[in-house]
Design a protein around this ligand. Sequence first.
Ligand SMILES: Nc1ncnc2c1ncn2[C@@H]1O[C@H](COP(=O)(O)OP(=O)(O)OP(=O)(O)O)[C@@H](O)[C@H]1O
Length: 233
Amino acid sequence: MTELLAVERVTAGYGESVVLEDVSFALDEGDSLALLGRNGVGKTSLLTTLMGLTRLHKGAIRWAGKDIARVAPYKRARAGLGWVPQERHMYPSLTVEEHLTVVARPGRWDVKKIYEVFPRLQERRTNMGNQLSGGEQQMVAIARALMTNPRMLLLDEPMEGLAPIIVQELLGVIRKLVQDEGLSVIVVEQHARLALSLTQRAIVLDRGCIVHDSDSRELLDDGAKLDRLVSVA
Ligand SMILES: Nc1ncnc2c1ncn2[C@@H]1O[C@H](COP(=O)(O)OP(=O)(O)OP(=O)(O)O)[C@@H](O)[C@H]1O
């Protein structure tokens, strides 16, 4: 497999403050990673560092073989990093379909394919951004990122605040993207077991450092260790 993303000894933060320290990992095309850890350990900051939205103090970030440490966020998005932020960012004046078409870039993901994977969005295609449930908004946020035809999707707590039945529906969709479509993903999730069930590999952060890196299966099978690593004391 070809290396898609390499994070090498990255130390990053906000201004002078450091929230990620000496973080290293690499992912190949098609890999799926669960990024776990307690609140405030730096999971979101790792995603925003990949997008170029924090200050990189030290280290290197390589994307498809190129150093992107000094590349602007919009160019990283254009190069194939599809970020789905926690806040979802719906526009009340745009319909579901307009949310999708305004960001469309050429590639295998188009509105037709989106509706095959998210039939619920087809049903809601003429609804405005403020006429959607939380789960539907999350689906639009993911679908919108897919419309840019990314090579990797960065999902920041996609299940947050959603009812269990919607979590199951969304889980099915993300599983389809990872397993059937072979899309590379990094999933930040408080629901650690759900994230582990979706991915091949897991990294756990604690206070900005990687404290665990293994197959997702291995961590899922060791419940005591998982609880020790991610549960609130
Ligand atoms: N824009 C910012 N400016 C300054 N500090 C920030 C900013 N965003 C986050 N931080 C700090 O960086 C640290 C890591 O936060 P981050 O949101 O990355 O953690 P997290 O693991 O994603 O947490 P959560 O699960 O609560 O979202 C925290 O101490 C937080 O207060």
